[in-house]
Design a protein around this ligand. Structure first.
Ligand SMILES: CSC[C@@H](O)[C@@H](O)C(=O)COP(=O)(O)O
Length: 371
């Protein structure tokens, strides 16, 4: 299957259960945009490996992958439930969706007889995937309403021919979720509705999820976009070239602090200084109601320094390789995420609607989830 023969974004899946073969397939995101390689999840260890090495990535997707990892473990060894959930939980520390999915799996399976666990695990993993796809579609609808309002306001001030410029960071598209994406879902829905949107894509060093994944996703769907270096956002905002910042989240706290890919906070600061609305789009599975203060309570992943020292790429049609951009002895620090305090966040777009990033807003979400 080659990239331009793929279905449209609204039908795309990055991971799916192949009912004919009875196995889980997924796109290896480490090879995009150069190679579209589809792999099969073989075991719980394989799922853990895919998460650690970011063949699958993005908060919702790693939770879903871990759920299928539990299913594979239940096939082999149904009495290993607690142990496999524990080891999958260690794969990446920041995105709370991992804990959310594993807790749901463990709670649903732990009281079942061993011979019923495999079937129940598959059913729940499939359900979590479908649930996330539906949540992301709803996020798209709620975010679309915001885009329409901002576009109408811009048209009122500047005439009918304006384009709405949206800045995004990292990749919060369908590659990172069950379908649609979080931050990109409203963009896709706006584009499908014929609205004039253009996306500024942060390259998102060190792993370049923006350059490699977001640009690939948007390009194959025909959404106008421009790649920028991570430090360009502030300049663009000062010059009125950004109407909206739209990002995903790996963990959002009960007071509305938003943890997301490193560099998100600097975009939020620039947005605040320039009165650009800054929204985070996330399914409720990304909310950690047990954490209040994002700065002190969210574990921030630190990854291998080689991700900073080396940049991956390929010559046109050539093999993928990595080249050094610094002397090999240079000390490197590689924090994967940062926390944007709630006061810098205009709103949280969830499947339940758009809420204030505040204790009150999160309280309303919690109440809606309970009802
Ligand atoms: C819908 S994905 C939301 C977040 O997970 C995304 O913005 C992000 O930061 C992903 O980080 P990654 O390290 O690529 O897994």
């Amino acid at each position: 299957m080659i990239a331009n023969q793929l279905p449209a974004a609204e039908q795309m899946k990055t991971l799916w259960f192949d009912t004919a073969e009875g196995c889980v397939r997924y796109i290896d995101q480490t090879l995009l945009p150069h190679t579209l390689s589809i792999l099969t999840l073989q075991s719980a260890d394989d799922a853990a490996n895919a998460i650690v090495h970011m063949k699958v990535r993005g908060a919702p997707l790693i939770g879903i992958t871990a759920a299928y990892g539990v299913w594979l473990a239940m096939q082999q060894q149904p009495d290993s439930l607690a142990q496999v959930c524990h080891s999958l939980l260690q794969t990446r520390p920041t995105a709370v969706n991992l804990r959310w999915a594993l807790t749901r799996m463990e709670q649903a399976l732990q009281d079942l007889p061993l011979n019923q666990r495999e079937a129940a695990a598959l059913q729940l993993a499939n359900h979590l995937l479908a649930e996330d796809a539906a949540a992301c579609s709803a996020i798209g609808d709620h975010g679309l309403a915001i885009i329409k309002d901002l576009l109408a306001a811009k048209q009122k001030d500047h005439g009918p021919d304006v384009i709405l410029n949206i800045l995004t960071h990292c990749n919060a598209g369908w590659l990172a979720t069950g379908a649609w994406g979080t931050a990109l879902a409203p963009v896709y829905k706006a584009h499908l509705a014929g609205l004039p949107v253009h996306v500024w894509v942060d390259e998102t060093r060190p792993r370049n999820q923006g350059a490699s994944l977001t640009a690939w996703e948007l390009g194959r769907s025909g959404v106008p976009h421009t790649l920028i270096v991570d430090n360009a956002g502030g300049h663009l905002m000062q010059h009125g070239m950004v109407d909206l910042c739209l990002v995903g989240s790996d963990r959002t706290t009960a007071q509305g602090d938003v943890c997301n890919k490193i560099g998100t906070y600097l975009k939020a600061l620039a947005a605040f200084d320039n009165r650009v609305p800054f929204y985070a789009a996330l399914p409720c599975s990304t909310i950690d109601f047990n954490s209040m203060d994002g700065l002190t309570e969210i574990p921030i992943e630190e990854r291998d320094g080689d991700e900073v020292r080396l940049v991956q790429g390929a010559a046109e049609g050539g093999d993928i390789s990595r080249v050094a951009v610094t002397p090999s002895a240079t000390r490197v620090s590689n924090f994967g995420f940062d926390v944007t305090p709630a006061r810098l966040v205009t709103g949280l777009i969830t499947e339940l609607g758009t809420f204030d990033a505040s204790r009150e807003g999160l309280g309303r979400i919690e109440k809606a989830l309970r009802s």
